[in-house]
Design a protein around this ligand. Structure first.
Ligand SMILES: [Zn+2]
Length: 105
């Protein structure tokens, strides 16, 4: 699976304002958008990298429309921390096998 990384993203900047964090990564389909973290720093932060790769897999598994719909629904109902997609991504962040078969451009 091919994954793309885009630095200095305004989408990630908006997300970081919403989540009240300084740096931020956000996934749309097979692209990870970064704000105030370089690609190099991101790739070196294995837990963060694995977390975001899990989101790429979720987009693919669910399909874009269903993923967005469910993600937003869960966020409203359960909040960010208890969103099942975030729980799955947090577990994946500890699993190095999650990066198998992933190529990053
Ligand atoms: Zn996440």
């Amino acid at each position: 699976m091919k994954v793309f990384i885009k630095e200095k993203s305004w989408i990630a900047k908006l997300a970081s304002l919403k989540l009240r964090t300084d740096n931020c990564a956000i996934v749309f389909m097979n692209t990870i958008y970064l704000h105030q973290i370089t690609k190099q720093e991101f790739l070196a932060s294995k837990n963060l990298l694995r977390h975001e790769i899990m989101h790429v897999k979720q987009w693919k598994r669910e399909g874009a429309f269903v993923f967005l719909y469910k993600y937003i629904k869960y966020s409203f109902q359960l909040g960010y921390f208890n969103n099942p997609f975030e729980i799955e991504a947090r577990k994946a962040s500890l699993n190095s096998a999650i990066l198998d078969g992933i190529t990053i451009s």
